[in-house]
Design a protein around this ligand. Structure first.
Ligand code: ATP
Ligand code: MG
Length: 340
């Protein structure tokens, strides 16, 4: 396979209980990015199945979760039929595991112990409940990136340190063994490239000083993609606002109303016509209307997704990406003396 186009790589993380925050803040920007950039770039979208049990999961559900996740992305508009878009499962490409081991041997223990995400989890759970896999996960992530010569990788706050590590280890091996890897762009360049959608936060409807999150115990302020349109309407109508009696975009004083204005805009409505109004009801009605429309549309698309087309895409991509990854791995194996 010819590797002429620069590569954008990102993981499609399996995740149950997706809500409109995930959809508007993560799924949709990723799908839009794939649509806009394919052609000029090669888009590698991989299912990080090897990463998925660095923390405890129900293994009997993993296959179903992977397919459900891909169905959700497809329903959100992922362009499966584009020739520059590749969708593959990490574990179907053994080079990920093999390169990880090699990179492991050039990685310092201290380097991994300093990762803040790992430190945080260790404090939360205690060292004995943290797997070596979780400890080692940034190295696997570096392999995911470096095998394909990826230049751009969208990184959230919690991933910036891991991207920096991928750059470090690539530079380290290049320096010692010659040009083995493309060094991905630094975090700042990544943010410039991916633009404004990174960091967008939909707030909880009941507690609008916090972001909408699936771990929110009651779920009353969270619109899940599986909610019935009627439930979503009720949640919006019951959204927490303020007693200031004027609609303005002002997160400090009016977080609830500001969140509703943002959600309305993100769902394709026009928030401007509500600015300055004294009644909150019509704004809520408008948001509820857009939210129910959105859910009806999304849920019918999801029901119509053809799993066969997903399976065909996976098979085709995995074949091609195995070639790309094996070629890079062989180069590394030769450099470190594992192959003649
Ligand atoms: P948890 O409560 O377990 O952390 P979550 O609801 O915060 O779950 P994640 O799985 O942490 O969801 O996040 C998945 C993706 O969705 C990430 O890219 C994250 O940045 C994005 N995301 C999560 N919550 C929101 C939100 N409220 N608004 C916009 N994007 C969000
Ligand atoms: Mg979260």
């Amino acid at each position: 396979m010819k590797m002429s186009k620069p590569v954008i790589l990102t993981g499609l993380r399996a995740n149950n209980d997706l809500h409109i925050g995930n959809y508007l803040g993560a799924l949709l920007p990723m799908v839009d990015m794939a649509k806009e950039r394919a052609g000029e770039y090669r888009i590698n979208l991989f299912v990080p199945d090897l990463h998925s049990f660095t923390t405890e999961i129900d293994h009997s559900q993993l296959q179903a979760a992977i397919m459900q996740n891909l169905r959700v992305f497809t329903a959100a508009g992922l362009p499966l039929d584009h020739e520059d878009v590749f969708v593959y499962r990490q574990s179907y490409i053994p080079a990920h595991s093999e390169l990880t081991w090699i990179l492991d041997c050039f990685t310092g223990m201290g380097e991994m112990q300093r990762m803040t995400q790992f430190k945080d989890r260790t404090i939360q759970l205690g060292a004995d409940r943290i797997s070596v896999g979780l400890f080692n996960y940034p190295v696997l992530m570096a392999a995911d990136i470096l095998l394909y010569g990826s230049k751009y990788v969208p990184v959230g706050e919690d991933q910036t340190q891991h991207l920096e590590f991928a750059r470090d280890i690539a530079g380290r091996l290049n320096k010692r063994f010659g040009e083995l890897f493309v060094v991905p762009e630094p975090v700042k360049k990544q943010h410039e490239f991916f633009g404004k959608d990174q960091g967008l936060r939909v707030r909880d409807l009941q507690n609008p000083v916090k972001k909408m999150s699936k771990s929110e115990a009651s779920g009353k302020g969270v619109i899940f993609l599986t909610d019935s349109p009627e439930d979503a309407r009720k949640k919006v109508m019951a959204a927490e606002t303020d007693s200031l009696g004027e609609i303005r975009h002002d997160y400090a004083e009016r977080p609830g109303v500001s969140n509703l204005l943002d959600i309305l805009k993100l769902l394709g409505g026009n928030p401007d016509e509500f600015i300055g109004q004294k009644q909150y009801g019509p704004l809520k009605e408008a948001v509820a209307g857009k939210a129910t429309e959105f859910l009806q549309d999304f849920q019918s698309k999801l029901a119509a997704v053809d799993e066969n087309s997903i399976e065909q895409k996976l098979e085709a991509s995995e074949k091609q990406m195995n070639e790309v990854a094996s070629e890079r791995l062989l180069k590394v194996q030769k450099a470190v003396g594992l192959r003649p």
